[in-house]
Design a protein around this ligand. Structure first.
Ligand SMILES: Nc1ncnc2c1ncn2[C@@H]1O[C@H](COP(=O)(O)OP(=O)(O)OP(=O)(O)O)[C@@H](O)[C@H]1O
Ligand SMILES: [Mg+2]
Length: 502
């Protein structure tokens, strides 16, 4: 009976040039339930949901909303009028407008013929407060917010629409633990009020908190649907990837070598306070902590992307001057940043260009032009390791699925020879199989004697692949633990130490 479903999609097909993104897919969700949509990077999850929300048109197939067949194509306005709201995976806001302006975009409130900014600000603030983010000023320019906060604004914007069908495409990927809890609370509330919710996530550990049923896709095809509690996690993973994954967190044992990097008393901005630590050859050093604890800022200061106020960086026993990323790269220190859209990638350029850009020194010929053969080699080295799903290396990065874009960010840096590789949230939005590939790459770097730093908010990850973990709180290192012996509780204790202090 289609009537029982808020959404019912049947035999959906969609082809992009060179890619069969959806191949006879079915999907349904009932009012008052949370349906997880799962699958590897490039499986077609976002494409399916973009069709439902009118962003893309389907090539073939039927869509029913509350039992009523949709004739012809949907567009975003039509979908909104049907009560469908989507929180996009790639944040989709006007960076130069205020929060309130973004939340009311296209649905602005008017009073006496002019924009009613006061009212819009009030309503925006109230909606954010419901999400536990009452500290956010709705008049802030969106571009000035860190990604996690921007994600909150996207969620608040969807809530403001009073959607009957809410699609959340990886909403948790850049939120802090507290923000995720807040979001879960809201999702449960909406579910109890009868909203149909589609939840896409690669953080499989979080699903049991909110998910009622799951739909699993693989390579553009529908694979399985059922009650979440009827599956084990191993079954879900093997439906997703088409094989079993025995070890989600492979960690090679490598004897730690000599000291490579010494960071001494570094201060930067208002979030990095007196940070000192050492990194050794063949060591993976994890940085745990709550989102906004200052880990990203610390890495940016070491990499020269932000100015240090004071402090020293010593590489192989010699103090080095790092005032810009060029200085860092020249010294063999590289950083794969967390915000792939803003800093990590030029999405309009091809995959090839994105990988060669930071490596121009290695691919240029003596005439100052690009040596195609060297470039081909470098690109091969970079992306083959990660099996990026793409039609060709000439394709624009923006045509890749979210997780595959993340792989390009990582590839850029794997292509060159480095001493220290810093990964800031490297597996955000990456599927379980690709995560393992990235961990294998980290192991490979480790075996080559490279010092690896990994900043990650996912505790199982940081505990599973690091050797040593430093815990951050409020811009300071508050604890050091042995990754093989520690517990989540121990890390969380350090991560919340002095939480209120400055
Ligand atoms: N606008 C586009 N142009 C060309 N190809 C596209 C476009 N959007 C998606 N694709 C391709 O369609 C396939 C499915 O992509 P989609 O974004 O739906 O995957 P996904 O399941 O959401 O993956 P992820 O978990 O990485 O977000 C991929 O091969 C992708 O490269
Ligand atoms: Mg996606």
């Amino acid at each position: 009976m289609k009537d029982e479903f808020a959404v019912s999609m049947e035999h959906i097909f969609k082809t992009f040039p060179g890619v069969k993104a959806l191949d006879d897919v079915q999907f349904n969700v009932k009012p008052g339930e949370v349906m997880a949509l799962l699958g590897e990077n490039g499986a077609g999850k976002s494409t399916l949901m973009k069709i439902l929300s009118g962003v893309y048109t389907r090539d073939k197939g039927d869509i029913y909303i509350f039992g009523k067949k949709i004739e012809g194509n949907l567009n975003t306005t039509k979908a909104q009028n049907l009560g469908i709201a989507i929180i996009h995976q790639e944040l989709n806001m006007c960076q130069h407008l205020t929060i309130a302006a973004n939340m009311f975009l296209g649905r602005e409130l008017i009073k006496n013929g002019v924009l009613d900014n006061k009212r819009m600000n009030e309503l925006a603030k109230a909606e954010l407060a419901k999400l536990g983010a009452s500290d956010i000023n709705p008049e802030t320019i969106v571009g000035d917010l860190p990604v996690g906060r921007q994600q909150m604004v996207e969620i608040a914007k969807a809530l403001l629409m009073n959607a009957k069908i809410l699609i959340m495409d990886e909403p948790s990927s850049s939120l802090s633990n507290a923000e995720i809890e807040e979001m879960f609370r809201i999702v449960k509330e909406l579910r109890n009020m009868g909203t149909a919710i589609v939840y896409i996530s690669h953080r499989l550990q979080e699903l049991h908190h909110i998910v009622d049923r799951v739909t699993i896709m693989r390579d553009g095809k529908f694979i399985k649907e059922g009650k979440f509690s009827d599956f084990t996690m191993d079954q879900i993973i093997s439906y997703m990837v088409g094989r079993e994954i025995t070890n989600q967190f492979p960690r090679d044992e490598v004897k730690r070598g000599k000291k490579i990097l010494e960071v001494r008393n570094v201060y930067a901005g208002d979030r990095v306070k007196d940070v000192s630590f050492d990194l050794y050859e063949g060591e993976v050093l994890g940085f745990a902590g709550l989102v906004q604890a200052g880990r990203t800022e610390t890495m940016r200061a070491i990499f020269g992307a932000d100015k240090k106020t004071s402090g020293k960086i010593i590489l192989d026993g010699k103090e080095i001057e790092i005032n810009s990323p060029e200085d860092a790269i020249k010294n063999g220190i590289v950083l794969a940043p967390e915000d792939r859209k803003k800093e990590g990638l030029c999405t309009k350029l091809s995959i090839r260009q994105n990988i060669s850009l930071p490596n121009l020194d290695e691919v240029s010929s003596k005439f100052g032009t690009i040596d195609k053969t060297k470039e081909d080699e470098l690109i091969k080295k970079g992306y083959e390791a990660l099996t990026i799903k793409m039609s060709s290396s000439e394709a624009a990065v923006e045509s890749l699925s979210g997780g595959n874009q993340q792989k390009v960010v990582v590839s850029k840096w794997l292509a060159r020879n480095s001493r220290v590789v810093i990964f800031d949230e490297p597996t955000r939005g990456i599927d379980v199989a690709a995560k393992v590939e990235i961990y294998q790459i980290i192991n490979k770097l480790k075996k080559q004697g490279i010092g690896v730093i990994i900043v990650s908010s996912e505790l199982p990850e940081v505990m599973g692949i690091s050797d040593r973990i430093l815990v951050f709180c409020n811009g300071r290192i508050t604890g050091e633990v042995d990754a093989r012996k520690t517990t989540e509780e121990e890390i969380m204790t350090y991560a919340t130490k002095f939480y209120d202090a400055n």
